[in-house]
Each structure stands twice: as C-alpha cells, then as structure tokens.
Design a protein around this ligand. Structure first.
Ligand SMILES: C[S@@+](CC[C@H](N)C(=O)[O-])C[C@H]1O[C@@H](n2cnc3c(N)ncnc32)[C@H](O)[C@@H]1O
Length: 315
C-alpha cells in the first residue's frame, strides 16, 4: 500500500494531527497511521494530494519512496524523476541531531543530476525531493508541483467573523464528506458556509440578525455558491434536522456581534436541542464551558489573547 507523509504546523499541534487523521479515516478507514512529533506517516489507498487538499495545517506533504538507512540511493529511487525537467532537494530535520542541511541538499542534488536529466530549479521545480530525518527513522519522498488552493472570497471583513482555518478544521474533524450537508445555526458572515462549499459540502446557515443574513448571502453570491440562509432563531434547526448531516458553529461571545440573550443561556439552550446522531463541532468562549452531559466528546482549547481562549468541542 502506498505510503505518504504530512508535516503539520506545530501551533495547535494536537488539532493539526487530529485533523489529518480524521480526513485519512474519512477516505479510508483501514489506513494505517504513525505519528512522529509533527510528522504523520500514512499507509492508505488514498492519494496524499487528496488529503492535503482538505487539510488546514499541513505545511509539507508527499509520497514516500522508501525508508533510508543512509544516503545511498540507487537508480530505482530516481524512476519518479526520469521524465521530469526540474527538481529541488529539501532536507527536513525533525531529529535532535544537528545536520548541515545545505550540504546535504546539494550532495543529494548532485547525486540526482548524475542519475537523471533533470535540472535543479530552486524557485519553481516540477518535483521536490524530500529527505526527512527523525530520531526514529529517515524517509525519502517527493511531491509534485501543486496548484495553489483557491480561497473563497468575502465582500468585507467583520470583527466577530471566525478565522477560516479554525472553521475548516472543525468541518474536517467531524469528517463531513463531499455531498453531505452542514448547518451553521449562528452563521454570521457565512465563514462555515464558504469553507464547506469550497470542499464540496452543502450548507445551510441560520442567523437571527437580518444584517448578518444579508452579509452571508452576499458572500455566497460572490463565490457562486448555493448555500441556503434562513433568518431565524437558532432553534429553527430542530425543524430542519433531517436536511443536514452535521452542525459546525461558533456561538455568540456577547461582544461585537448581537445576541438574543446572554451567551451562556444560548449555549445551554443550544446543547439541549442538539439532534442525536449528527456530527457536531462547536466553538465558544472557554469560560462558558458548562458541565455538559454529552458523551464521546473531545475538547481543544485555542488561546487567542489573554482575555479570549476558545473551546472547540467535537462529538
Ligand atoms: C460569533 S458570531 C458567528 C460568527 C461567524 N462564525 C462568522 O464567521 O461570521 C455569532 C452569530 O450568532 C448570531 N446570533 C445571536 N443570537 C442568535 C440566535 N438566538 N439565533 C440565531 N443567531 C443568533 C449573531 O447575529 C452572530 O452573527
């Protein structure tokens, strides 16, 4: 089975690793996963590119060609470069040893130039060859040139809108698949709807504030997306629960956005009406953490600044 590697950012490491694992399991539940610090090694029938397309915090990824015992590679290892015009070598040192990275990259480049006709191109290579060193084992892998992912557009920025990365990570943590539908009952400017649609997931937004509904609609329109927006109280979600597979939402904080009542009251009421058997990812201010009796929960704390830490709760 093909092996691939994913190096994730060390900020919010647990969240970043769990996101990749959730995506991998969503596509192929029989995948094997090994984690070495911020490196994730996957054995799966799913192509690494498909996983990287969805993941938020992956910095570098590619296919593993083989595990290395030394720097000695043979002709077979360079098959992938046979029809390539340009390449670059990158050493990723996740071990505690000090390595002379520039020297390693250049001797690797010399070796590849001897075996193939490919030329070194530092700026825009067709193929990047990776040597990954860890304290446990070392890997030799590669990735092909990738189109930059198109980001959904927004008409304006608003102070209470949620960072798209946290929104996307919540959608991925609950494994919503292409063609499924998500509901955001506090949709605000529509961040959840935009991120979902950018991954082929349908979306329904609810917000009680007319102005927010208009902003969401505008954001949906400029991206040519199709999400439905309902101007209503969040409790409307009970009536439409057969129309969605999961909920992803960021509850009111009682600061810059309007709220129908105190944020803690909204959270309590919301938790009481969460439909069973749906995938759920919610975010709220950590101090609002009530003593909830929901089973199968995982919580993450996201520090923003000294007066705001958020909880992400996954069911
Ligand atoms: C923290 S904001 C959501 C921000 C959103 N994630 C975004 O990126 O723009 C909370 C939203 O909840 C809405 N809201 C407050 N009380 C509500 C209620 N009872 N029912 C529905 N929406 C409500 C507010 O209008 C606000 O847009």
């Amino acid at each position: 089975m093909p092996e691939s590697f994913f190096i994730v950012s060390k900020d919010n490491l647990e969240l970043a690793i769990d996101e990749v694992v959730a995506i991998v399991k969503m596509y192929d539940r029989f995948s094997k996963i090994k984690i070495i610090s911020n490196l994730i090694i996957i054995q799966s029938k799913t192509n690494w590119n498909k996983i990287t397309e969805r993941a938020t915090f992956v910095k570098t990824s590619g296919q593993i060609l083989r595990k290395m015992s030394g720097l000695f590679l043979d002709d077979e290892n360079f098959q992938v470069l046979k029809n390539t015009k340009s390449f670059v070598c990158r050493v990723v040192n996740l071990s505690s040893n000090k390595l002379n990275i520039l020297e390693l990259e250049s001797s690797m480049g010399d070796m590849i130039s001897k075996f193939t006709h490919a030329k070194v191109n530092l700026e825009n290579p067709d193929i990047t060859v990776y040597l990954i060193f860890t304290n446990e084992e070392n890997f030799f892998g590669f990735s092909e040139k990738n189109e930059d992912r198109k980001r959904p557009k927004k008409s304006k920025k608003y102070p209470h809108e949620l960072d798209w990365k946290l929104t996307r990570v919540m959608i991925n943590l609950i494994g919503l698949e292409k063609g499924e539908t998500v509901c955001d009952p506090f949709c605000g400017t529509g961040t959840t709807l935009l991120e979902s649609e950018s991954m082929g997931i349908n979306a329904i937004g609810i917000d009680f504030d007319e102005k927010m509904c208009e902003i969401s609609k505008e954001n949906i329109k400029i991206n040519n997306y199709k999400s439905k927006i309902l101007k209503s109280d969040f409790q409307e979600l009970v009536k439409i629960s057969k129309d969605f597979d999961g909920i992803v939402t960021d509850l009111p904080y009682g600061r810059s956005s309007k709220a129908s009542e105190k944020p803690e009251e909204i959270l309590k009421k919301f938790i009481a009406i969460i439909p069973k058997h749906k995938k759920i990812a919610i975010m709220y201010k950590k101090e609002l953490d009530p003593k909830m009796k929901l089973k199968g929960l995982k919580k993450y704390q996201i520090y923003r600044h000294k007066s705001l830490t958020r909880t992400i709760l996954i069911k």
